[in-house]
Design a binder for this molecule. Sequence first.
Ligand code: RAM
Length: 365
Amino acid sequence: MKRRIALMLAFVMIMSLTACSGKKDSGEQPADAPAKAPAEEAQDPSEETGEKEGLTFAIVPKQAGNEYHEVIATGFNEACAELGITPIVQYPEDTSAEAQSTVINNLIAQKVDGIAIGANDPEALEGAIKTARDQGIVVVTFDSDTKGSQVFVNQASNEAVAQVLVDSILDMTGGEGEFAVLSATSTATNQNAWIAAMENLIASDDKYAKLEWVTTVYGDDEDQKSYDETESLMTNYPDLKVICSPTCVGYLAACKAVMNANSEIKVAGLGMPSWSLGYVGEGTCSEYMYLWNPVEIGSTTVYTMKALKDGLTTGAEGESYTADNGKEYTVTPSDESLGIYSTQVIVGDPFRFDGSNIDEWAAKF
Ligand code: RAM
């Protein structure tokens, strides 16, 4: 925990990626760092006084124990502190839709003003979200969309993510040959949207015609399952050249399994720099990988909820507004063909990490 706080402070101070513009250096965590235990949450001051003062925004990430989501929650807490909003971080018991619905219903009972969800299912949360919205609670999604959300705060456009992943595969295979995808859960909307966008991209351009997508497997964002799935891929597909994992958990597990097996297979995907030291750069299994700034996903989520609450936007496609961080956003359309049911606010572009910058970024997140 201490190391993570130190890393985040270093990150806030350096502020060199676009992600950081407009963020204030608070010097300390504005609220308690994200909860580890599913039931743990920030104290709502109204519980003591019985009166409600100011806004309370809650974040419901996909899962506890995945530091990627904890870093997002840190950005959420920081932006709430900056705007004088009380943050609640509440993790589900597991990665099921039922567990997230339970959390959402508890938050409705607490009369929070806004709920942000990193959804584990594209449809099953719709009922709980409708109940929340009927009571005037602002509901947005981040990381992974679901039906019923007012706006999806998307880390990058699905097409941009697909482009960097497919181009990584093309490069790492040398232009032809077998590759496989190691995903997270089979119901994760973001994973499935990227996979669908990758299929569209590959079909759209002859330069990808010699790539052979042999299978997609699911490690459920669990370390061991992702590692085991990678081992199975190596066994089942002896000619496999590349494993592409668009999840930080899967990416790390694939790197470990491939390097432990002294395999020639290359790993492409989306990784957390601080987890991936030793696995990224020349002479490793992964010359480069991509991600974005998870802190900014958390903070942009807060600014988006606040803009909805203040009536700066209704979340309708085409609307532009200037959020409390001073940035202008334009709401982009949903894309049901990819399973994105909500209109979108795009945070930025995927960023490349390789041997030249991985150390620097690993010190930040
Ligand atoms: C994983 C999660 C998350 C995904 C990142 C890149 O930790 O599945 O949803 O966006 O990786």
